[in-house]
Design a protein around this ligand. Sequence first.
Ligand code: NAD
Length: 502
Amino acid sequence: MNYCTDIRSIFNTLGVPLPSEEPKGFEVFSPVDGRLLGQVAASSQAQVSAAVAVAHQRFLAWRAVPAPKRGELLRAFGETVRQHKEPLGRLITLETGKILQEGLGEVQEVIDICEFALGLSRQLYGLSIASERPEHKLLETWHPMGVVGIISAFNFPMAVFAWNAALALVCGNTLIWKPSEKAALSAMALSGLLLQSARNMGLDEHGLVAVAQGESVTGKALVDHPDVKLISATGSSAMGRSVAMACAPTFKRTLLELGGNNAAIVCPSANLELVVRGVVFSAAGTAGQRCTSLRRLLVHRSVYADLLKSLLKVYGSLPVGDPLKEGVLVGPLIDQAAFDAMQKALKQAKDMGATVHFGERLTLGDAKAFYVRPAIVEFDAQKGPMLQETFAPILYMTAYDDFDVAIAMNNAAAHGLSSSVFTQDLREAEVFTSALGSDCGIANVNIGTSGAEIGGAFGGEKETGGGRESGSDTWKAYMRRATNTVNYGTSLPLAQGIKFDL
Ligand code: NAD
């Protein structure tokens, strides 16, 4: 048996077939209870290459399909996902350990981006620009790129693919998806539904999307393939660095969505009740395993003691446990490596003189499941592990006296993904979101750092990689831009008034 009963039942409900015979593959475990969910065959380099060849052939036809017709595929896919929201949400929970509410929320993001892409399919517009030459037309037009390689992280096993896939497909590209080896089953389910939607519409699904399963070596095969025109990679900054370096020699386009070390500034005028809600959702929610998780809390000295007291009270009784159970707010860490990294950071902080509250392992269920009480760590200044991304629920807190210094502390991290300020002072809010404020891709006021909507561009600066995905005009990343000059006159005037008479 390659798959456990729960997985078989979910795939059965989805109508997505599981491979009946698997050669030797890698194992996918559930962080919920440590049990084996299934064994998945890793794609060889030759299989990746063959999949790219098929995707390239399919691209040659797909690019000629009118964009609104391509949008219909996203309409159908979004509808199918909506019909199967519950089992898909449950699959995310089983595979990543995020609570069911968040699993369902992630599936909702898939539905939302499909709707966005459907609308977008009629709005892929270029520009008409005034030409300096008589009887000339200057245009900017946008065209599909080719095969897009999508590499995704374990913690958003469906949404990140969908952000990329919905836009890339509507823009006329075809896809190869290298999901996280820790979330291989979510990828099989979602890609299966996309192919099913294409088939039900009478489209040739062959080559529209293929999944290359495996570890980083599979991702590297995709990155290195010359017929992959864009690599959209989501994961750690270390991964992004390796991808960027591999793509540099041939100037292959990259869209990088990497790590974050996100801060929130709490000002003297902040509504502390709202702060506590925003902070706990961002810092402890998803067991601190979101790229936008809140990791650094910079608190004005005048409200520090009050806020700490409230946070300690909430953290002390946060319901940690089985993420499928109603009422539980914090599920497990993904695996032992995540637990070890968390304990290492806490020890380092303690050795540097920080005060550590909570962070201990909770013995719930199987020994192979890693549940922790989210930690709060008080530092007298921003230093040590506070300036690194540890993908676990550790909230570092430190006091500040001057708002400008707090902004400088926010910007001192190597990453530049998300940030927020809690204040009732209009000037502080405006400064924070201005050119003088946060240097992050996301700068919020009176909400936490996590939980973005699909309508905006998502991504960050510095070691977060600079890429943007999802809403706004991010579709432009999946197309190539052409400038066209058309002469509808009978003479040939040159730009800049250059004379070149024969
Ligand atoms: P990871 O970097 O370990 O793996 C991400 C993906 O990259 C996996 O599919 C992995 O197999 C692949 N990979 C790793 N090395 C590679 C290489 N050299 N070449 C090609 N592929 C390679 O990340 P993870 O542990 O799955 O996820 C957590 C990290 O992802 C955190 O740093 C988090 O902040 C980040 N993340 C960022 C975003 C964002 O949008 N900015 C979203 C989710 C997660």
